[in-house]
Each structure stands twice: as C-alpha cells, then as structure tokens.
Ligand binder design. Structure first.
Ligand SMILES: *Cc1c(COP(=O)(O)O)cnc(C)c1O
Length: 420
C-alpha cells in the first residue's frame, strides 16, 4: 500500500509467463499493433505514435526529452515535487537551457503562473509532471494546452503516477508528448513505459531522424547532430513500431505481454470506471486516516486519488511503524523524500490494491501499530470512518439510480401518453 510499485494484477503476471516470440513473428507484430490501439484508449488519444519504450518510467521521460531537445533549446520546468526535479535533470543532460519555477511541496501552479513563466522564458518545450507521488499533488493540466498552442510551445507531461487513477485527456487537453509506467495505477510491474506523441511532436522528432549504420538504406539521411541517445532515439523507435518494422532493439517480449494486459484490463473495465474506483477507495483511505485522528499533508483539493500523505505523529518513529506494519501484517507503506523526509508517510490505493478489503485491512493494522508505538489514535476510528464513507457513496449511488429510475418512469409515461 505504498506509492508504487504495488502488487501486480495476477492476470498481468499470468500474461507475462507466456512463451517468447521472435520480434518479426506475425503474432508478435500483431501484439505490438494491438497494444498501440489499447494505449490510445488509455491515453485518450488518436495519436498514431502511441507505443512502449522499454525500461522503467524514466526511460519514457528520457526518450521523450532527448528526442525532442536539441542542445541549446529552452525548456520550462515547473517543479512541485521530486519528479519535477527529475525532468529538469534529464532536460539538462539532453543539452537544454532549462528554466525552472518552483511551487512549495504540497501545492500546485495556477495556469496564470505557468502562462507568465512561458511569456518570460519563451521555451520550445513545457515539461511538467501531472501527478507527483512525492507530494501526492496533481497539477491541473486542462488549461495548459491552449496556452502552449498560443505561444507555439510543445507540451510534455509525465503521467506515471496519475494515469488510470485520475482523469487525464491527451487530446482534449492539447498534450504533445506523454509518458507513463506500469507500476502505479496500471497494476503491472515496472519495466515498460507506455508513451504517446502528437503529430506536432512526431514532426519535430522525425526532422532529426538519422538511421544508424548497418541498417541504413540508400537515400536515408545521416545527420551531423543526431538524437544524442541511440536506445531512446524515438525517430528510429517509431519506424520499429510502424509498418517499416525497421530493426532497433530486441523488444522486451515479456514486458510487452504485461503492458498489453494492463491496458486490456483497463479498457475492459472502462477508463472512467477505473478512475472512479481510485476516487472511491482513495477517498475511503483519506477519511479513514482522518478518522484515526491523523493529519493529512498538502492541499487536499489537488491531491491525486491514488495516494495520500499523512503526518507522522510526534511521538513515534516513522521507520519503526513502517517496519512493524511490514513485519507483522505484510503491509508496506511509503516513506518520503526531500523536504518531507521523516515528516510524512505516503499510503497508496492504486491499481490492483485500490480495493475495499485492502483499505479496511490497512486501516485496522495501522491503528494497532500506531497505538503500540505510543501514538494516540481513535479506537476503531479508521475502519469506522472508511465504512461510513463507503455507506455514503453507496447511498449516493442508490439515490442517483433512484433519480434515474424516476426519469425513466417519466419518459415511459410520456411515451405511453403519446401512444408509442
Ligand atoms: C513513480 C514515478 C516515476 C517512476 O519512475 P521509474 O523510472 O519507473 O522508477 C516517474 N515519474 C513519476 C511522476 C512517478 O510518480
């Protein structure tokens, strides 16, 4: 129950145990094409270039940034947590002139603040994290696409922590490049980075295409300053996933099976339903922690559904409590980084672990461990508050259904009156 990685869905683990295939086996190329289609639904995009980067989430970040940044390009990075610092670091290593704006941990930026920074720095690329697990905050992105279009800026985001657990729209929000990972709300293991690129981003990347020696054909362009990474050269990776099937790396077959299954399960559930599931169980965890008498960190109105940070009570050692939860109950919760280190625990309700039983069991165990450690917690307050939250949700859903039934009855009565 930490901020990721989490338990994988057993169906994903099963898919990963299938036999390997050669990368030009028609079954394999069909899986690749099918996986592109499934991730278009997960990312909510029509982008042709929707594919997997082999490696953990930061492989996706690195592929996107190193392929789009030419040395000397200006990149704006609004930082509101640890992973904003990572974007800055990767952009700098890619040779960019990076401009940073910082928000206090536990808060996010307003669109006006970001537009102001865009005007001041005139970047080629705006690179911003969507949900940052280090602070639990989700930066609102829905108004930033229009700002980027107006100022001719390429808009990139890292949705590793947020995708499938929080509303996210690649096309409707005007994103040009988006990268993710499996080990958070996608219920898979780390090791594959789903990503999508708009036609604008693809044009920019393909303008830098320089096919490597050994697989080059006559007429292929060779550039003096190719993309700085071969492994993460998206221009070549697009040709590998596209109809050319130009050879690049050996696809990580088992990870492809796992990634495909993560997306298949989400599409089967419905992306909106998956987000709703995270909202419900994350809400129950939040109310349960409050019910224990604990204080929540950060601006809760901008908190991601799938992770909650809670202050460590003065009386207890954060690491000792985490150790006991793990040893005695087999439950892992997260520590924290940077300015929050030693101050908060981070508790996830994501992917396969966004369930009622995991929420209630964690709250019950947490109460006992906290009390033994010397914290004053409300007896039964955690599980009780979570139960109340679930009951309110169910009553709300029933009221909604009842209201829906009234509408349907009224419609039927109208039809009857009209003689239909
Ligand atoms: C968890 C997380 C990552 C993880 O990156 P890995 O390379 O998979 O370790 C990246 N970005 C964000 C925003 C995250 O929350």
């Amino acid at each position: 129950m930490g901020p990721g990685p989490i338990n994988a869905d057993p169906r994903v683990l099963r898919a990963m145990s299938a036999q390997l295939l050669g990368q030009y086996d028609p079954a394999m190329t069909a899986y690749m094409t099918e996986t592109m289609g499934l991730y278009r639904e997960v990312f909510r995009t029509a982008n042709e270039q929707t594919l997997l980067i082999d490696g953990t989430s930061r492989a996706g970040i690195e592929a996107a940034l190193v392929s789009m940044i030419e040395p000397g390009d200006r990149v704006l990075v609004p930082v509101f947590g640890r992973f904003g610092h990572l974007l800055r670091e990767i952009a700098e290593r890619s040779g960019a002139e990076v401009h940073v704006r910082e928000a206090e941990w536990g808060t996010v930026f307003t669109p006006e603040q970001i537009e102001q920074a865009v005007i001041e720095t005139e970047p080629k690329i705006l690179a911003v994290v969507h949900g940052d697990t280090s602070t639990t905050m989700a930066q609102p992105l829905d108004e930033l696409g229009a700002i980027c279009r107006e100022h001719g800026v390429i808009f990139y985001t890292d949705v590793t922590a947020s995708l499938a657990g929080n509303t996210f729209e690649t096309d409707a929000w005007g994103l040009d490049a988006v990268t993710a990972g499996l080990q958070k709300c996608l219920a898979g293991p780390s090791g594959s980075a789903p990503a999508t690129f708009s036609p604008r981003a693809v044009e920019l990347i393909n303008a830098r295409k320089s096919i490597e020696a050994g697989i080059r054909s006559d007429g292929d362009e060779v550039r003096a300053t190719p993309i700085r990474s071969n492994y993460f050269d998206l221009a070549m990776i697009f040709d590998y996933w596209g109809s050319k099937r130009l050879n690049h790396h050996t696809e990580a077959t088992s990870m492809l099976y796992g990634s495909r299954e993560c997306a298949r399960l989400l599409v089967d559930e419905g992306i909106d339903n998956a987000v709703e599931r995270h909202r419900m169980h994350g809400g129950a965890m939040l109310e349960g922690l409050r019910g224990l008498g604990l204080e929540i960190f950060g601006d809760v109105s901008h908190k991601m559904n799938n992770v909650t940070a809670v202050y460590i009570p003065d009386a207890v050692s954060g690491d000792a409590v985490r150790g006991e939860l793990l040893d005695d109950f087999g439950i892992e919760i997260g520590t924290s980084f940077g300015p929050l280190h030693g101050k908060v625990w981070r508790i996830g309700t994501m992917g396969y672990n966004a369930r009622k039983d995991t929420v209630l069991t964690t709250l019950a165990a947490f109460e006992q461990v906290l009390r033994r450690a010397g914290a004053s917690v409300t007896a039964g307050g955690g599980v009780g508050a979570a139960y109340d939250f679930y009951a309110d949700e169910a009553a709300g859903a029933n009221a909604g259904e009842a209201a829906g039934a009234d509408v349907r009855e009224a419609e039927l009565a109208d039809l009857e009156r009209a003689g239909l």
